[in-house]
Structures are given as structure tokens and as C-alpha cells.
Design a protein. Structure first.
Length: 191
């Protein structure tokens, strides 16, 4: 419990917005921890931080998405293929996603923006196939920001209750988020 209180006290710092920004960039490229994990402590510590933290997470996600796209566009033969082969089945992309993408491209971007489906894998693949960057960025910006704003709003209105829950269940929640991220990666690898 003391560690949770320490994290909450440190997350009230204005510098924590930069931490959220950097961690969300990392999440959009290679990290498999949902951005909400980074967003929660500063908002439940001080609900006035909801807007700056949402902006930091949204900007980090956009920058990270662009960087992941660039990995697919410029580094496919080295880093891009390694990430795709490590965290998913490349045959899934060829047999399922590629044919569906021509028909449902924007919908697939929306789904990866608002669900735990690994956003980074789609961004890398879109860079590789040369999907228009501006469409990817626009759709991602709208829906990722919307997702973060919904979470921040809920944390804002239920701050006291969320604070009590996090203090009481810090480690189970942390371990649960890591397990959920691992299961997401595992499910993607199965297909």
C-alpha cells in the first residue's frame, strides 16, 4: 500500500504529463501495457490533471503511431518484420487482414484505436503497405483521443472511489493489467 501511495503522490507532479506522453509513445510502438495504466494515477491523485493527462496520452499516441508507421515504411526488412513475427502470425495478415483491409480499412483502424487489439502492429503493417498516413493519423487521433477522454472523464467523476480502489488493490490491478496485455498478445499470436 505504501508503494501505491508513493506512486500517487509522485503522479501529482506536472512532470508526470511528460512521463505519460513518453510511455504512450512507447505503448504505440512496442510496449504492451494499456495507456490507461499510465493515465490513472495522476487523475485519481488530482482530478484537475484529467485534461493535461488526456492531452499528453493523446499526443503520445499520435507520435507513437506515426513512429510505428515509419518503422513499417522504412524499416520493414529489419525491425518491422521482427515485431510482426514476434507478436503475431504474419500469415494472419496475409490471409485475413489484408483482404479485409481493402474493404473495411477505416473500421479496422477504429477498432484498434478503441480496443486492446495491439495498435502498434497495425501501424507497422500500414506503413509497410503504404496506406495513406494522413488517414491513419486522423482516424487514430479522433478515436484514441476519444478513448482516453472517456477514461479520464470516468476517473474525474469517480476520483475518490477510484483512489480508494487503487490504494486497496494496487498490486492485483497492476498484475491484472499485465496479464490482460499478455493475453491480448497471446490471442493475436494464435491467429
Amino acid at each position: 500500500m505504501k508503494f501505491a501511495e508513493y506512486i500517487l503522490s509522485k503522479s501529482e507532479s506536472r512532470a508526470y504529463s511528460w512521463i505519460v506522453f513518453i510511455l504512450t509513445i512507447c505503448e504505440s510502438i512496442f510496449l504492451f501495457i494499456p495507456p490507461e495504466v499510465f493515465m490513472t494515477p495522476p487523475i485519481i491523485a488530482n482530478k484537475k490533471r484529467a485534461v493535461p493527462i488526456t492531452i499528453a496520452a493523446s499526443l503520445g499516441s499520435i507520435v507513437g503511431g506515426i513512429l510505428a508507421y515509419m518503422i513499417g515504411a522504412w524499416l520493414w526488412d529489419s525491425l518491422g518484420q521482427w515485431i510482426i513475427n514476434t507478436f503475431t502470425n504474419p500469415e494472419l495478415i496475409e490471409t485475413a487482414i489484408k483482404p479485409m483491409f481493402s474493404k473495411y480499412g477505416i473500421l479496422i483502424i477504429v477498432l484498434t484505436a478503441v480496443t486492446p487489439i495491439p495498435y502498434k502492429l497495425l501501424a507497422i503493417w500500414l506503413g509497410f503497405i503504404g496506406y495513406p498516413l494522413w488517414i491513419f493519423v486522423a482516424v487514430s487521433a479522433i478515436f484514441r483521443t476519444g478513448r482516453f477522454a472517456i477514461i479520464a472523464t470516468l476517473l474525474y467523476f469517480f476520483q475518490e472511489r477510484a483512489n480508494a480502489i487503487v490504494k486497496k488493490y494496487f498490486w492485483p490491478l497492476t498484475i491484472g493489467a499485465i496479464i490482460a496485455a499478455g493475453l491480448g498478445v497471446g490471442l493475436i499470436s494464435l491467429f
